[in-house]
Design a protein around this ligand. Structure first.
Ligand SMILES: C[S@@+](CC[C@H](N)C(=O)[O-])C[C@H]1O[C@@H](n2cnc3c(N)ncnc32)[C@H](O)[C@@H]1O
Length: 319
């Protein structure tokens, strides 16, 4: 398996997860457009460029302008001519259509938050650092999660925490948030409320689940993944690949289901009599099971520990 080029490792805050696997999986991809749908600090695209150079024409998307600026500087320093755009990845197919680009060779989604978003308190992604309670990938927004807590009813907030955080104390947490005498505006205030419900012992796990739940809701993460994959798969060239690295079971479950549906297999609930899921045979799974990072990688980069990689390849049209 190809290792990520050492020359990029020393100065980086964010090590791209499973970059060797990503590079290896693109080996026989036809030349053409390579899309990094979640470019952040640009680590994966740099690794792909290092391996394949002008075999691809590079596009990168992200909702965070700061990381896009960072990636731009990195790319300039290695003369990588990539088009970097601030855009929700759910709009990529539309963007390409407007640019009259009608096919893609490969797409990578490395879901979740970048190191920048976690490290910088102003982004409000970490319960360990105080900052405005935002949690939006889009840095034009400032208080998205705070507004969400204020605008949802207690029942809706309970559902969000239960569904997206898989948290058993969802009801008590939502009650405490909604009955807070002042609007919860910062990560520290939210952490205080969580601690008041579960105590010090369970604080870290519960806070991680609550922050995850709010983040998924604020960013409509699952909706965007679905919209993006469903619009991108049809415009892949034959032999082109979609690679998705996900970090929690809700994301991975959705990706698995979409890949299954476009591999021509029914994903209807077991109790329906007639298939209505709209399955189509457009891709084939490259591996029957997800790939995981090596132990060496996890030791070097703990952020990789929960990563799962799935990949499909576009098949020739069959009638
Ligand atoms: C884990 S980071 C990607 C890291 C990158 N692969 C690297 O190695 O440097 C995920 C990035 O996806 C971005 N992101 C999340 N949801 C997005 C969406 N719907 N549209 C565009 N970017 C999104 C986040 O802002 C974040 O910068």
């Amino acid at each position: 398996m190809r290792r990520w080029p050492e020359k990029y490792l020393s100065k980086r805050v964010h090590l791209p997860v499973m970059a060797g696997e990503v590079v290896g999986l693109l080996k026989n991809c036809p030349s053409g457009v390579f899309i990094d749908a979640t470019i952040a600090e640009g680590g994966h695209t740099l690794a792909v460029y290092d391996a394949y150079g002008d075999h691809f024409r590079y596009f990168g998307f992200d909702l965070n302008s700061r990381v896009l600026d960072f990636a731009r500087k990195e790319f300039d320093s290695v003369c990588l001519d990539a088009e970097l755009v601030k855009l929700n990845f759910s709009e990529i197919a539309l963007f390409l259509q407007r640019r009259e680009i009608d096919s893609i060779s490969a797409v990578l989604f490395d879901l979740g938050t970048s190191s920048y978003q976690i490290e910088k308190p102003g982004q409000g992604f970490s319960y360990l650092k105080d900052g405005p309670l935002n949690l939006s990938f889009n840095d034009d927004e400032k208080m998205a999660a705070a507004n969400l807590i204020e605008n949802l009813s207690e029942k809706e907030l309970t559902d969000v925490i239960r569904l997206y955080g898989q948290e058993v104390k969802a009801k008590r947490l939502a009650q405490a948030m909604k009955s807070s005498p002042k609007k919860i505006k910062t990560t520290a205030q939210l952490s205080g409320v969580i601690r008041s419900v579960v105590g010090d012992r369970y604080f870290v796990k519960t806070a991680a689940r609550v922050f995850q739940a709010l983040r998924i809701k604020v960013n409509d993460e699952l909706g965007n993944i679905q919209k993006s994959l469903e619009s991108i798969i049809p415009i892949l060239v034959t032999g082109g690949r979609v690679i998705v690295i996900s970090y929690h079971s809700l994301e991975d479950g959705l990706v698995k289901k979409i890949f299954k549906k476009y591999s021509g297999r029914c994903v209807c609930p077991s109790n329906v009599l007639e298939c209505r899921c709209g399955k189509q045979k457009l891709v084939r799974p490259v591996h029957s099971k997800p790939l995981y990072p090596s132990r060496v990688e996890v030791a070097r980069n703990p952020r990789a520990r929960s990563a799962k990689l799935r990949v499909v390849e576009k098949v020739a049209f069959t009638s």
